[in-house]
Design a protein around this ligand. Structure first.
Ligand code: ADP
Length: 396
């Protein structure tokens, strides 16, 4: 069957139409600058040229209309009629404690997602707009919500509770949730297959290193800890996010620079991380180029990033009392040989030595360690859209 996968952001909408039998994407695309004067639809049919359509999309409903028109267009479309779409899978960022698995979308589910808006005020409302627009335009087509947080709901209280007065958890559900769950789940399963282990008897550390980055400890197929927290700001140093910092810094900057909390949160989310430290870029391609020509700030930012990744890996080896495989995935994890090489330099005590030639390969699953290495290190490309399509099919 054909599944439309939708990932709605506040001003963008990414989509893929996936054939669940072949698991191929028949078309992929994105609507950008929704709600602004000029918006764009970029649509690429499988095997065809990317087309860019400029149009006014005043809201997400307009965007979804454009997507459905593109999918059925006589020149660059990939289906004859919308009846060919059997289901829609929606990425939803926050499912709180209510959703430990994906779920078929009903009115009650929409309400429950809305109840989680507080926890993800930037993301969940946008996801809901996408769900409501699809419900309106594709009446009767079943829809499934796949949550970024769901996979991590298996964490035990000792992993998800903060050292705060209990009332904050009781009253507001302040705890670690973790994100990128769809990717951590998909990649850990693929990695278990790749190393030839039963997922139900495995200890896998997934390093999802993209612009946003998180690491998880997956014991016997279940997440038992992860580096992002109550929000995606926690954990690793990221493209523009600070990751873990001493919370007192917020108060200190507020007083020194007479900044409001909102202003400081904006700095921590958008102006920190690799961008803030390097004063150059949040993109690892730019940072690598800069390191190659001796840029000191880029080098130090890289060191901080790699050191933090290595320390999280170390802590998750302790959490699982061992590890079978350490897996790199997402934009940086799949493409940046230097990150992988330097992270693995910290792991020599485990007997890990990676093949530097294989470490230059990209775009496929690659085993980086020698067969005699007990702990495997590998690259496994993530595919969140395919994971959402699989979840959607399995629920229907
Ligand atoms: P997100 O989904 O969080 O936006 P991605 O997983 O798509 O992030 O990763 C995007 C990041 O991947 C880019 O910002 C860049 O830093 C990194 N990246 C992409 N290609 C390369 C490459 N060839 N070498 C190094 N880093 C890369």
């Amino acid at each position: 069957m054909k599944v439309l996968v939708i990932n709605c952001g506040s001003s963008s909408l990414k989509y893929q139409l996936i054939d669940s039998e072949s698991e191929n994407a028949l078309a992929v695309g994105i609507c950008e600058r929704i709600g602004q004067d000029i918006s764009y639809l970029k649509h690429t049919p499988n095997g065809g040229e990317k087309i860019v359509i400029e149009a006014a999309m005043k809201n997400h409903e307009d965007a979804i209309k454009m997507v459905l028109d593109a999918l059925t267009n006589s020149k660059y479309g990939v289906i004859k009629s919308l009846d060919e779409i059997s289901a829609v899978g929606h990425r939803v960022v926050h499912g709180g404690e209510k959703f430990a698995t994906s779920t078929i979308i009903t009115d009650e589910v929409i309400q429950a997602i809305e109840d989680c808006n507080d926890l993800a005020p930037l993301h969940n409302p946008a996801n809901l707009i996408g769900i409501r627009a699809c419900a309106k335009l594709m009446k009767g087509v079943p829809m499934v919500a796949v949550f970024d947080t769901a996979f991590h709901q298996t964490m035990p209280p000792k992993a998800y509770l903060y050292g705060l007065p209990n009332e904050y958890y009781n009253n507001y559900k302040i705890r670690k949730y973790g994100f990128h769950g769809t990717s951590h789940s998909y990649v850990s399963q693929m990695a278990a297959k790749f190393i030839g282990r039963d997922i139900n008897d495995s200890k896998i550390i997934v390093c999802h290193l993209g612009n946003g980055a998180s690491i998880s400890a997956v014991l016997n197929g279940k997440s038992i800890d992860t580096s992002m927290g109550f929000t995606p700001l926690a954990g690793l140093v990221m493209g523009t996010r600070s990751g873990d910092i001493d919370p007192s810094i917020i108060d200190f900057i507020a007083k020194k620079e007479n900044k409001s909390l909102d202003e400081i949160m904006n700095v921590l989310n958008k102006e920190s991380g690799m961008q803030g430290m390097s004063e150059l870029s949040s993109d690892f391609r730019d940072l690598n180029d800069a390191i190659d020509i001796g840029n000191e700030k880029a080098r130090i930012a890289f060191d901080v990033f790699v050191y933090r990744v290595a320390k999280y890996i170390g802590s998750y080896i302790v959490a699982m009392n061992g590890v079978d495989a350490i897996v790199f995935t997402a934009g940086v994890g799949e493409n940046d040989w230097r990150v992988r090489e330097e992270v693995c330099e910290y792991l020599g005590f485990l007997g890990i030595k990676i093949d530097l030639e294989k470490n230059m390969l990209r775009g496929q699953a690659v085993m980086l360690t020698q067969p005699e290495c007990k702990v495997k290190v590998c690259i496994v490309p993530t595919n969140e859209e395919l994971a959402i399509a699989r979840e959607t099919v399995s629920l229907l």
